[in-house]
Design a protein around this ligand. Structure first.
Ligand SMILES: CC(C)(COP(=O)(O)OP(=O)(O)OC[C@H]1O[C@@H](n2cnc3c(N)ncnc32)[C@H](O)[C@@H]1OP(=O)(O)O)[C@@H](O)C(=O)NCCC(=O)NCCS
Length: 153
């Protein structure tokens, strides 16, 4: 199977936070942010594998910054790991400061593991990821190390 680069599937998606995304104090619900991150990660996995992906696990979601109604948020998702049928995707959400010149703040990040399924809903091999930089190698190794740690539990 022909290997593919992360750039071929990488994506950014934007969303303005509306009242129906938030709780009574105007903060975006964690579940809503996760849904946004999950669907963005899914697009990356779909573009890489050209198959139907499903989410297998989500690792270490940290809510570093609150997101409020009216905020513009951007979700960046990039493939960092491939196994045989699985794909590791790094997903980061940043708050855009579109009303000021302050720099954007990362609010949440997490690691998604997705598996490509064929039309019979069975796992199917995905193209290997082309590693193009030492930084990408680091991310690949870190993702793989976490999976190995899980297997040992
Ligand atoms: C994902 C799923 C198809 C895997 O099925 P399975 O019978 O375990 O398949 P396999 O043993 O062939 O594993 C497939 C891949 O998933 C990985 N995997 C399966 N369970 C895993 C787990 N708990 N943690 C990490 N990786 C896992 C395997 O390591 C393998 O990766 P690889 O091919 O890159 O080496 C199955 O668990 C499933 O359908 N889960 C529900 C998914 C879902 O509904 N998600 C929510 C909606 S999108």
């Amino acid at each position: 199977m022909k290997p593919k680069s992360a750039a071929q599937s990488q994506i950014s998606a934007a969303l303005v936070v509306l009242p129906y995304h938030t709780n009574l104090i105007g903060n975006m619900h964690g579940g809503e942010v996760m849904r946004f991150m999950d669907s963005t990660a899914g697009i990356v996995a779909q573009q890489h594998s050209l198959c139907n992906p499903v989410t297998v696990s989500v690792d270490e979601l940290v809510f570093q910054e609150k997101i409020k109604v009216g905020d513009l948020i951007v979700c960046e998702a990039e493939l960092v790991f491939t196994g045989r049928t699985s794909m590791g995707i790094k997903v980061r959400v940043k708050k855009k400061n579109f009303k000021t010149e302050k720099s954007d703040k990362y609010a949440i990040e997490g690691n998604w593991l997705m598996v490509a399924l064929d039309e019979n809903r069975r796992p199917i091999p995905v193209p290997p990821l082309i590693i193009e930089s030492p930084e990408q190698q680091k991310l690949f190794d870190a993702f793989k190390a976490k999976l190995i740690k899980k297997d040992e539990r």
